[in-house]
Design a protein around this ligand. Structure first.
Ligand code: GLN
Length: 529
């Protein structure tokens, strides 16, 4: 097993996750199988209880792990399925060590950060690296992204564990890549000082980078590379320019042009292989049409809905259609903002804020026959909207939202749940799709596996009446309603599951493909009419 460890310097938000995923893609394009581990140095056990407005989307893995959004990038870029153990947090590491201590595993010892915590970190990294990939194979290379910024107190034990691993592994089995910021000053000059300082901080921890990836708004030229090289002892050709590009899927191509793949293969003493051009083809499709999708949500922050944004992009690309997203604040949503959008999407969410606006938007989509895609909460609200305005249950609502007729009720077994972390219905389940329905046609199969993250469901007591009133429950998992649609509508589909989590650039999610296609048709007929 070869390891590529990625650290970050200067500040967070540099696109370290995308850089890591792109490095993996480069090596995958050379025929190597690649897995990835994300280290998050916070004390939370997982991302499930964190505010998405601060940390971005909570990504859900097939095993139900609620993890950092970077694992979504790894899954999309590398086309693999990761597990909860691929996201290591300080919380998980300390919990394991403290459990061992209570069991008496360290009897007689003083339990300390070094060696107990660092040993546990190394064990967690190795275990994740050596977990089988999709087809039962082991990866050739494991990417390890250390979250946070070098110099943070929180990341110290992790960097120390990496330092130890580096010493323990045979030569050429680990390379260290430091991703740093190379800002442009008011005179238009590239500044290398922040990079110098962060490499110095890394060296103080006993870690010498093999590569420096400089993130910048412009290309980092030879002059600047030379300067960085001189100050950091990293060879000139190992200083890589990574300028900001309009689309994340262009990043691997940019890094390939910089020669990073060849240099990594050389450093890791891997066999050189020609790059596979296929993936680059998938992601560089030309657009022939353009649509606008209105996303009605509580947070207008793209990072909160990154998987949805990417799934729309994957579908759009497959249909040569550029998807523009218009973020609409659910609390201020009015018809004027929806009228000229080609489709409406209501994503997942929790709590009462913005609910009325979302229901208004769903009603508008249903009544004006605009394409609608609802996801999780967007599914539950579609059911509530139908119950209120078609079935005539004026006080229809969800148990989550307050008193009324609970057409959406708490899932069986969830009633007494007190601990909120990791206790929802989470992860992959098999869903049966009814014959002769839109969703069945889209998937082209009667059975699909998709991921979940919810605590409430369609109340079984209302299903018959809803169906009699025309709502079609087209997907089910045992007796739980998983999807609904309308027959007399060009595209009205909502799912209790989150199809966005399994969408890949090479395999767009069927509900998203159907939705984007319907938006395209809707736009064409709007223009010709
Ligand atoms: N809040 C809803 C539930 O818990 C929907 C969850 C979601 O949209 N992810 O069931």
């Amino acid at each position: 097993m070869k390891y590529i460890v990625v650290t970050g310097g200067v500040m967070s938000g540099l696109g370290k996750g995308i850089t890591t995923a792109s490095i993996g893609r480069l090596l995958k394009n050379r025929g190597y199988s690649v897995t990835a581990v994300k280290i998050d140095p916070y004390l939370n056990i997982d991302a499930g209880t964190m505010n998405p407005a601060q940390h971005g989307e909570v990504f859900v893995l097939s095993d139900g792990g609620e993890v950092d959004l970077d694992l979504g990038n790894y899954e999309r870029f590398l086309d693999i399925n990761l597990k909860s153990i691929h996201n290591i947090t300080t919380g998980k590491v300390y919990r394991n060590v403290i459990e061992k201590e209570r069991r008496g595993d360290f009897l007689g010892e003083t339990v300390q950060i070094i060696p107990h915590i660092t040993d546990e970190i190394k064990h967690c990294i190795r275990r994740a690296a050596e977990t089988e990939l999709n087809h039962g194979d082991l990866a050739d290379i494991c990417l390890v992204e250390v979250g946070g910024t070098v110099g943070d107190i929180e990341s110290m034990p992790f960097l120390e564990a990496v330092r130890q691993m580096h010493g323990e592994l045979p030569p050429h089995d680990m390379v260290l890549i430091h991703v740093t910021l190379v800002p442009v000053d008011t005179m238009g000059d590239l500044k290398t000082k922040p990079t110098q300082h962060s490499v110095k901080a890394l060296r103080e921890l006993g870690l010498a980078p093999d590569f420096i990836v400089g993130r910048s708004d412009v290309v980092i030229g030879q002059q600047t590379k030379k300067k960085i090289s001189a100050f950091t002892d990293v060879p000139n050709k190992a200083v890589i320019s990574a300028k900001t590009v309009p689309d994340i899927y262009q990043v691997p191509m940019e890094l390939e042009k910089e020669g990073l793949a060849d240099a990594l293969i050389e450093s890791l003493k891997l066999e050189g292989r020609d790059p596979d051009p296929d993936w680059y083809h998938i992601v560089s499709e030309e657009y022939t049409s353009r649509i606008t999708v209105a996303i009605v949500s509580k947070y207008g922050i793209e990072d909160v809905y990154i998987s949805i944004k990417e799934a729309l992009k994957h579908a759009g690309r497959a249909l040569s259609t550029e998807v523009n997203i218009r973020w609409i604040d659910a609390e201020r949503c009015d018809q004027a903002q929806l009228a000229d959008a080609d489709g409406i999407l209501v994503p997942g969410g929790f709590g009462v804020r913005g609910i009325d606006g979302k229901i208004r938007a769903i009603r508008y989509a249903r009544e004006t026959k605009k394409p609608y895609l609802g996801l999780c909460l967007g599914f539950q609200l579609a059911v509530i909207e139908y119950a209120r305005h078609v079935l005539g249950i004026a006080d229809a609502t969800s148990e989550e939202l307050g008193p009324g007729s609970h057409v959406i009720a708490i899932l069986p077994g969830q009633e007494g749940v007190k601990d909120l972390g990791g206790t929802m219905r989470l992860g992959a389940c098999t869903i049966h799709l009814k014959d002769d329905t839109l969703i069945r046609r889209l998937y082209g199969s009667g059975e699909v596996v998709e991921r979940h993250r919810h605590r409430y469901e369609v109340n079984p007591e209302f299903i018959k009446d809803l169906e009699a009133a025309g709502l079609v429950f087209s997907g089910t998992c045992v007796d739980l309603m998983e999807a609904c649609e309308l027959r007399d509508h060009p595209f009205y589909l909502a799912t209790q599951f989150h199809p966005e989590f399994t969408s890949r650039p090479s395999r767009p999610s069927p509900p998203y493909l159907g939705f984007v296609n319907a938006c395209r048709v809707n736009r064409a007929s709007f223009q010709s009419g």
